[in-house]
Design a protein around this ligand. Structure first.
Ligand code: SF4
Ligand code: MG
Length: 328
């Protein structure tokens, strides 16, 4: 039930709240140990905010986050700091997130120092070990971030996230800033690390192509709301929400036999400051009817584990299935 509203203010001296951005509205999901849940949607849909709420890097307006059975909102400052050791984040821009004045060794020792793990010598040894774990060299510890390529910098960011042996890592578009050729390497590395260390990932991405191989389940967000959630196979083979269908149709497909009838997204994402009434997707939905602008659809169960927020999902044809049957 996570909710996050940001106040929009005007005026420098007498700040006046002129409205609310409803960045996250009643979002609920769970992530199992060792699982990857992908959180997908266009920029501004609230996915990064959701990731930060889970890590309690910001306070929710309402709702609850439970981690390993404990309500995070109930933790005092010390307990929250101890809990943080087990939850880490990897950022989109590995350059901006690495301090340019620190050596890689210092960057990797930092989380251990913060959590009072080990002494200087053992932290340095752990740093060298982490570099090998992410496919770099122990002697890279002496270098500075600018001496590495984008892909290598992201490996350093991953090593830093791993330093204190976390259980959950929020991966906030970790490959979006990288060349396509490097993206697969980083995704493979994250997958190997997950198996090796039993990690859980919340993997945030703005398209469905990137998460196809790494996700176990996929949640799709639109303008602050969860519109569909399902296991990966169901979501890619039988997407029920028109927005998910449009995101899938946007993935370029090399094999013409697998090409779906293109569901084009019309127009831009509306402002989260004044989201459309009823179904927030109605201004862009090719299947919208009168009811859609009047009444907000609830997330309903289409099948066990598959939830969809659309009034008409029972009657909207799934384009992928039509294409496979040669009907489209
Ligand atoms: Fe489209 Fe209506 Fe379904 Fe919203 S509720 S996705 S506008 S058909
Ligand atoms: Mg983001």
């Amino acid at each position: 039930g996570l909710v996050k509203h940001f106040a929009v203010t005007r005026g420098l001296i007498r700040r006046k709240t002129i409205g609310l951005v409803r960045a996250v509205e009643d979002v609920s999901f769970e992530i199992a140990r060792g699982e990857t849940l992908a959180l997908v949607g266009e920029s501004g849909c609230g996915k990064s905010t959701t990731g930060r709420l889970i890590l309690r890097l910001m306070d929710p307006t309402a709702g609850s986050v439970r981690f390993k059975g404990k309500e995070i909102a109930d933790l005092d400052k010390d307990a929250l700091r101890r809990m943080r050791r087990h939850m880490q984040i990897i950022f989109q821009d590995p350059y901006a997130s690495l301090n340019p004045r620190m050596t890689v060794g210092e960057i990797l020792a930092e989380p251990l120092r913060v959590h009072e793990i080990g002494d200087d010598a053992s932290r340095a040894a752990r740093g060298r070990e982490l570099l090998e774990i992410v496919g770099l060299l122990p002697e890279h510890a002496r270098r500075y971030p600018h001496q590495f390529s984008g892909g290598q910098r992201q490996r350093i960011g991953i090593a830093r996230a791993l330093a204190a042996n976390p259980d959950l890592i929020v991966c906030d578009e970790p490959v979006s800033a990288l060349d396509v050729s490097i993206q697969a390497q980083i995704v493979n590395l994250l997958q190997n690390l997950q198996q090796r260390f039993g990690l859980s990932y919340l993997f945030i991405a703005h398209d469905l192509a990137v998460v196809k191989h790494i996700s176990d389940r996929v949640a799709v967000m639109y303008l602050g709301k969860l519109v569909e959630i399902a296991d990966k196979k169901t979501l890619y083979d039988r997407p029920l929400h028109p927005y998910t269908q449009a995101l899938l149709a946007a993935i370029p497909k090399p094999d013409p036999a697998l090409r779906t009838k293109r569901v084009m997204l019309q127009g831009d994402v509306p402002s989260p400051f004044r989201p459309p009434t009823g179904c927030r997707f109605h201004t862009r939905c090719p299947h919208a009817q009168a009811r859609c602008s009047a009444e907000e659809p609830l997330l309903r169960e289409a099948a066990p584990g598959h939830r969809v927020a659309c009034h008409f999902f029972e009657t909207i044809p799934a384009p992928t299935i039509l294409a496979r049957a040669g009907l489209a």
